[in-house]
Each structure stands twice: as C-alpha cells, then as structure tokens.
Design a protein around this ligand. Sequence first.
Ligand code: PMP
Length: 390
Amino acid sequence: MISKSIEDLRYSVIREMSGLAQGLPDVITLGIGEPDFHTPEMITEAAFKDAADGHTHYTHSQGDGELLKGLSVHIKKTMGIDLPPQQFLVTHGGMGSLTAAFRTLLEQGDEVLLPEPHFPDYLAHITFAGGSLNRVPTRFEEGFIPRPEALEAAITDKTRILLLNSPNNPTGAVIPGSVLDGIAKVAVKHDLLVISDEVYDALTHGDVCHESIYTRPGMAERTLVIKSFSKTYAMTGWRIGYCFGPESIIKNMLKVVNYSTACASAVGQRAALAALDLDPHVINSMRDRFSARLDLVCARLEKMQGIQVSRPNGSFYVFANIGPVLEKTGMDSREFAIGLIRSKQLVVVPGYAFGEKCDHCIRIACTVGREKLDQAMDRLQAHLTELMAG
Ligand code: PMP
C-alpha cells in the first residue's frame, strides 16, 4: 500500500531526538536548527497590516510581484549581481526551492554529488525526484572544506548535479573563495549543474565572508542559488525562501511550484518584503549573539576530555568529534545522544544523521541563550566524565 521509496525513507533523526525528550522535565534542546529569536517586530507588523489590507489571496506562482522586484534589488546590493525579477522564484521556504529544483533537474537514476557531512533532508529531496546521492567525505582535520580534486575524482557518468552548502549545516564550514574557484572549474569541465544552498549566508563569524560559486566564470549559466528568510531574519515559521538562476530552469521549476503549492504564503511573502528593509544592525546583532554562543560552546568543549572541536566559521552549529568517547565506551553516536537525553535531559543530534561517515560526531545547535548554553555544557561535561570514568 505504501510506496517503497517513502517506506524506505528514514524519519528525520533531528525530529526523532526532540520527540524522545518530550515530556521530560527541564530539557535543554540543542537539536532543531532554528533561531530562538522572535521575528523582528517591524516585519510582523508590516505583514499583519498587509494582511488586513487584503494580501491574503493566491499570489502569482513565481511570487508576489513587489517581492520579486525587491529580491532583484537585494541581490544587486548584497552580491553585485544584476538579475531581472523573472530569474527569481519565491518558494515555501528554502525547502520548496530544493524540492522544485530536484524535481525539475533530475532524471531517474541521475546522481547528485554532495560533500559529506550534509543536511539530512537532501537525501529525501533527491530520492523523491528519482535520483541518488554520491557522497564525497570531507575531513574534520581540514575544517570540513570540500576538496575540488576529491569532488572531481568522484564524478561518474551518472553525475549531473553538484550540491554545495556553504555556510554548512551541520559543520559551519564556509568554503573559501579560492576553493570555490577550483570547484567551479571542475563543474565547467564536467558540465555539471550546481545547486548552491546559501540559506546561512548572513551567518558568518569573525572576518570570514560568505562567497558564492555563482559569481565564478562560467557559473551563472549552470548555477541555481537557494536562499531563505528563515535563518537570517528569524522567520522559520513564515516559510519563505527563494532561488535564482538561469531563466530556463526557473521557468520549469515554476511548474512544480504551480502544481505543488500554487504559491508561497501571501502573508509570508509580505513579511519577506518588509524584511528586505530591515535595519542591518538588527541582523548583525542576531549574528553577533550566535558568534558569542559559538565562542562559549567551543571554549567549553575544548576543555572536555574525549571531545574535539574545530571552530565553525558560519551558521550556528558546532559539529564536535566525540570519537574518543565512543571508542572508550563502544557506543555509536545514536546511543550516545539517547543516553544524553535520558541521563541529562540534553538534546543534541547524533552524527550519523548527516552522513554514513559521520558517526563519530554530534551536532550542537547554539539556539538558546548563553546562560542556558553554559548549563548545557555543564551537563555534557558531567555526562562525558561519567562515561570516561566508567
Ligand atoms: N538548507 C539547509 C542547509 C538548512 O539547514 C535548511 C533548514 N534547516 C534549509 C535549507 C531549509 O530551510 P527553510 O525551508 O526554513 O528555508
């Protein structure tokens, strides 16, 4: 009765871990990756006003006309790229762009090249579209930055798409410009389409800057960039993302949006339009708070026995290596994470959710304030001490 491709799909490990903690007292959740901040008031107020004024109908499937124009101006301002509104598509979160992109670009049996660790949901999006994943491991010791030579060596005659995610979920790795240059050359040489998931673009730390592969020579005609309002503006629940790329791709993705969601939420799109005018100080202040939290967590983890950490340059995640603890105890990352929930009411995500070779890690989302994070690190430390002593 149930289709095999869906039956075989694993339920989200991230959501499963949060579910295990439900009903326990005094839980600290560093599992689901969403900012804890409220959507800035100016955005909510503008959206409510527009809703009261009648922006409650279907919009065009491509998006609210004013938002499409606003995005074109925004991308010119932030990335220096001149693109007309018809090269944009507004979707139900960045997720909607991922769904539509793979449905549009993959034929049955096509392969998607993807650096690992990776955002788990990619697997489902690609499977839904009849494709398969070709994972290319990155290394903890190299800050999880993909190597162009490794990507090139993994290409097969079925590889059609290269999927990049920088800043990365779960590692926080930001691919440097020089590496993007190398990856772009590989994509051009092997005639690959590139999907560049940049939903964490505003969340880089210290003097690290986000760069896009889209701006490299020969890439504009083969790259689809995916962005979102979710993380930058603390707007996860409004469900607005967008993508831009070659008009031929956008025109065909439009059909998927048309037949799947008809359009993204009209009120959500008005909120997004207001967000484009948000004072950059508000965004920077959220980013700075995430930076301070990452500093706190990394400083605490560095002092713990049995755990290794490399400071992320982007996002709000720390992907910590717990290999030594697992070796000592004979556990895997799932057993470790479940033990941490049961014994210390602390939720993190076990590494295996992010790829086959990630079982020696856990993902910690720094999505609670510093005081709570400090308590969370106390609990983790106590848990590790008990495990290493036993
Ligand atoms: N890409 C990555 C790497 C993500 O982590 C997420 C959300 N966790 C998304 C895309 C989708 O985000 P949204 O649909 O909320 O825009």
